[in-house]
Design a binder for this molecule. Sequence first.
Ligand code: ADE
Length: 231
Amino acid sequence: MKIAIMGAMPEEIEPLIAKLDNVTTTVYAANKYYEGTYKGKEVVVAYSKIGKVFATLTATMLIEKFGCDILLFSGVAGAISDELKIGDLIIADGLCQHDLDITAFGHPFGYVPEGEVCIPTDVGLRNIAKEIAASKGIELKEGVIATGDQFIANPEKKEWIGEVFKAHALEMEGASVAVVCNALNVPFFILRAISDAADMDASFNFDAFLESSAKISADFILSMVEHIQED
Ligand code: ADE
């Protein structure tokens, strides 16, 4: 089994690459892919660059070009829920696109015909994450994560996303990964550590906590890789 591990920014994958053995790199479609092993398991790691379009490209390449069987996403997010503090981990039970809007035609926000507003993540991978968290005494929140091509630093906008999509956190890539993996029947998992609260201080806090929160997420993802059973 080959496991894809994807981030959006270099800071999100650097802690992963540092722990791999036998690393080789390939440049494909203007992006760098790191193939290697972690505790004997085959992995391919890449960061997509920020946003839905680049994330769609990278997720597709990891599956179609590199032959990955499952995809794990590691990175940071802005908190919507007041319960989520900087450094806390959240796993997505589903992903939606908060900036997808054809409401002019009577559709709900986030919906396009033949699509779904919220795409669920793989239950088996979520259960593995919960078992690891319980065994290590790590608190893991679970909820909807909303994705859009906007860095949110506005309390009203964040509340709107929270209300409309019942979302607990927001970021800029997860729903793209969900669309690709759902279409290609690849089990996927989205983990985020909180870097900011998507409020007036968001850009300052993002810069301050990107690295530390990305490392919290990456460390957890590596323990997931360790526990995923080869078939
Ligand atoms: N990722 C981390 N923080 C974010 C924010 N405030 N908006 C969008 N994506 C983010």
